[in-house]
Design a protein around this ligand. Sequence first.
Ligand code: NAG
Ligand code: NAG
Ligand code: NAG
Ligand code: NAG
Ligand code: NAG
Ligand code: NAG
Ligand code: NAG
Ligand code: NAG
Length: 511
Amino acid sequence: MFVQSTLTALSLLSPAVGLQSESRHRCAYGDDCWPSDNTWKLFNDTVGGRLIRSVPSAAVCHAERYNANQCAIAKSSWLDSFWKTNQTGGYAAMLWEMGESGKCFVDTSVRAPCDQGIVPYYSVSVQNLEDIQASVKFANEKDLYLVTKNTGHDHLGRSSGKGAFSIWTHNLKGIEWHDSFVPQGAPVDASGMPAVTLQAGEQWFDVYQAAAKKEVLVVGGSARTVGAAGGYLLGGGHSPFAHDYGLAADNLLEMSIVSADGEHRVINPHSDPEYFWAVRGGGGSAWGVVTSVTYKTHPVPQTLLIGVVQLNASDSSSLTDLLAGSMKLLPKVTDAGYTGYGNMDQRFEAIFLKPNGTVGSFNQTFAGFFNLSKAPGIQGAVGAYPSTWNAYLKTFLQDPNIGTNVQDTSRLLTANVIDEKAEDLAKLIVDNGGKGGFNFIGKVNNDERDNTAVNNIWKHSHALMSISIDWADNATKSEKHKKRLHAVMMSKNFTKIVGAEGGTYINEANP
Ligand SMILES: *[C@@H]1O[C@H](CO)[C@@H](O)[C@H](O)[C@H]1NC(C)=O
Ligand SMILES: *[C@@H]1O[C@H](CO)[C@@H](O)[C@H](O)[C@H]1NC(C)=O
Ligand SMILES: *[C@@H]1O[C@H](CO)[C@@H](O)[C@H](O)[C@H]1NC(C)=O
Ligand SMILES: *[C@@H]1O[C@H](CO)[C@@H](O)[C@H](O)[C@H]1NC(C)=O
Ligand SMILES: *[C@@H]1O[C@H](CO)[C@@H](O)[C@H](O)[C@H]1NC(C)=O
Ligand SMILES: *[C@@H]1O[C@H](CO)[C@@H](O)[C@H](O)[C@H]1NC(C)=O
Ligand SMILES: *[C@@H]1O[C@H](CO)[C@@H](O)[C@H](O)[C@H]1NC(C)=O
Ligand SMILES: *[C@@H]1O[C@H](CO)[C@@H](O)[C@H](O)[C@H]1NC(C)=O
C-alpha cells in the first residue's frame, strides 16, 4: 500500500514540480561518456570473460559477421523459440530487435543491410550472483543505460535498448525441489510447505518437465520458453491454474534479487514486506535483477478437462453478433472454474481448461455456447474431453509471435463491461479487421491480491482481451509508423469502451 500511495502522490505532484519533464538520459553506445575499450576489457575480466558484443540474431547471415554454417542454422531455426531464446541478441518478435527503423533480416542477401537495431551493444551472459552484482555496480558507476534480459518473449520490449548494456540471465539455470520450505527469517514455529526454487534463467517448458517427474504442479504460464522467474512473475503471471491457485505472483514465497545498489537481497514477507509486495506484480525491470525465486507447489490434478469451442460466422454482421454473444458467456464459464485462451480473428475460437472437470458438467456450463453454435449465420463445434496436464503440455504449449512484428493493446474485462459493452468490443475488433483475441480467460483466485502490487482490476476480471497490429519485415518506415499510431488509437478506443477505471495486465499491453 505504501508504494502505491507514494506513486499516486508523486503523479499528483509531478505537473507542479516538473518531475515529468525530460527523462534522464543514461549513457549509451555512441555517447562520449561510453566507457573506453580498455575499460570494457577490464570489466570483462571481472565477469569471467562473459561479456558479449551482442548482435541481432540474423547478423551471422550478413557481411562482416557472415558465417555459412551459423547462417544456415539461423535460417532453419528462425521460428524455433528455443533457438531464438538461446541467442544473446535474439528477441522472439523481430520488432524488439529492429525497432521501428532497423534492418537485419534472415531472408535478405548477404550484402543487405544489417544494423544493430535496438539490440543492446554489450551483454553479460551471467553465470552467478557475483556476475550480476559486478554488472549492476559497473552500470551504476558508469551511469549506463542498463536493461535486464531474461528469456522468452516480452510484449513490451523491456529487454531491448538501443546502445544499452544488458544483463542476460538466460543461462542461469537450476531447479531445486523442497518438501518443506520455510522462508528465511520466518518465525521458528512457521510450518514449511512444498516448494521449488528456480534460478532466473529457467524456462517454463523445462520446469514443467522437471515437475512432471516430481509429480507436482507449479503455477506457470501457457508458453514454453518464457522465463519462470523474470518479467512474467514480476508482472503477476497468469496461468491455466489461476482460478484455483491465483497468479504466479500469488504463489511466490521468496525472491533473491540484486537491487540497484548492487546488494544481494533475499526478500520475503518476513525480511522486507514492502519490497516483497512490490515484486509481486509491480512490473519487470523495476525492482532489481532477479537471481532466483521460490514458488509454492501443488498436487497435479488427476484429469484436466479440455474444452474446445470453434464458431464461424457467415458474414461480418453475424461475426459481430457471434463475438459479442461469445463474450457474454465468459463470466459464467469462468465463475465455474474454466480458464482458457481464445482467438477472435474472423471467428470465435477458444480452448478451455478445468482441473478435475467432467464432460457432463462442461455440457451444462457451456449450454450457451451449444446454443450459439446453432444460431442462424453461425457454424460451429463445441466439445470437451478429459485429458491431463502433461498431455496438454505436449499438445498445446506454444510460443507466440516468434519472428513477427506484433504489438498488442489489451484490457481486462469485468462482468459489467462484458454485459454492457460486448457489442462495442466486438465492433472494435471487426472494424479493425480481426486480430482480436483473449491472451487469458479466467476468474483468478484473489486470496492473496491485497498482498500483491497486481492491478486491482484482476479482482473483477473474467478475461484479458487484446487486439494486435503487425507488419512484414520489409514494411516501409512510414507504414510501420502508421500502424503503431493506429494501435494507439485502438488503445484509446478501448479505454472509451471499458472506462477510465479499467485496467490491464501490465505484461501484455503495448500501447
Ligand atoms: C571477454 O573475454 C572473453 C575471454 O577472454 C573473450 O572471449 C570475449 O570476446 C571478451 N568479450 C568482449 C566483448 O571482448
Ligand atoms: C539451446 O541451448 C541449450 C544449452 O546450450 C542447448 O542444449 C539446446 O540444444 C539449444 N537449443 C537450440 C534449439 O538451439
Ligand atoms: C483435483 O483432484 C485431486 C485429487 O482428488 C486433488 O488433490 C486436487 O486438489 C484437485 N485439484 C484441483 C485444482 O481442484
Ligand atoms: C455432452 O454433449 C455432447 C454433445 O452434445 C454429447 O455427445 C455427449 O454425450 C455429452 N456428454 C455428457 C457426459 O453429457
Ligand atoms: C439454449 O436454448 C434453449 C432453447 O432455445 C433455451 O431454452 C435455453 O435457455 C438456452 N440456454 C442458454 C444457456 O442460453
Ligand atoms: C471454421 O472455418 C475454418 C476455416 O475456414 C475451418 O477450418 C473450420 O473447420 C470451420 N469450423 C467449423 C466448426 O465449421
Ligand atoms: C516484401 O516481401 C514480400 C515477400 O516476402 C514481397 O512479396 C513484397 O513485394 C515485399 N515488399 C516490399 C515493399 O519490398
Ligand atoms: C476510434 O473511434 C473513433 C470514434 O468512434 C473512430 O472514428 C475510429 O475509427 C476508431 N479508431 C480505431 C483505430 O478503432
